[in-house]
Design a protein around this ligand. Structure first.
Ligand SMILES: [Fe+2]
Ligand SMILES: [Fe+2]
Length: 186
């Protein structure tokens, strides 16, 4: 199973909302990879391709995914909360649900990580472990399909309208710093 992303070139830090949109494509891709590994092998011993895919997806969700959540919760949501515009009201209502989703997703990802790493370490999973993994992955996929749709089609377009150019620049700078990159002039 190829592990390449197969996505178009990402947006830059000068377009942080575009970057967040790109991250969603990765979340969808790596979740699909986890589901494919579990469906293909049903907990039986891992061949190299499936092992590589499982490792890459677990790594993504344990290292990159928390930064995406922080981008939203620490950089984007607080700036939208400060907005004193009636157009922001709808977005603010959605943010509470989105934050609750992040907490639930984090809990599920922690369990997926434990079971997935057990599969990598021991070579196979028992039926109950596979059952738990499938339940977690299906729940995550359902949640993300709703969550990402709200962010991509409602929250981000609202943010594009509401945020000033300077605020967008600040978000981009914070996202770069979160990834250990030097802030640059946009
Ligand atoms: Fe989110
Ligand atoms: Fe997101």
């Amino acid at each position: 199973m190829p592990v390449s992303l197969g996505v178009q070139k990402d947006h830059g830090f000068d377009d942080p909302l575009g970057l967040l949109f790109d991250c969603h494509r990765r979340i969808e891709l790596f979740l699909k990879m986890l589901l494919k590994v579990a469906n293909d092998l049903q907990g039986s011993p891992l061949d190299k391709q499936h092992r590589d895919a499982l490792e890459a997806a677990l790594r993504y969700f344990s290292t990159a995914m928390p930064r995406h959540t922080a981008d939203e919760e620490k950089s984007l949501f607080p700036r939208l909360r400060q907005m004193d515009a009636p157009e922001a009201d709808e977005a603010l209502k959605r943010i509470e649900v989105l934050e609750a989703d992040h907490i639930a997703a984090d809990r599920d990802h922690q369990r997926v990580d434990i079971v997935g790493r057990k599969w990598l370490a021991e070579g196979q999973l028992s039926q109950p472990e596979l059952g738990e993994l499938m339940t977690l992955l299906n729940r995550l996929q359902q949640m993300y399909s709703r969550h990402i749709n709200v962010e991509d089609t409602s929250l981000f377009p609202a943010a594009r309208q509401l945020l000033s150019k300077e605020q967008v620049r600040e978000i981009g700078r914070e996202m770069a710093e979160r990834r250990g990159l030097k802030p640059v002039q946009f």
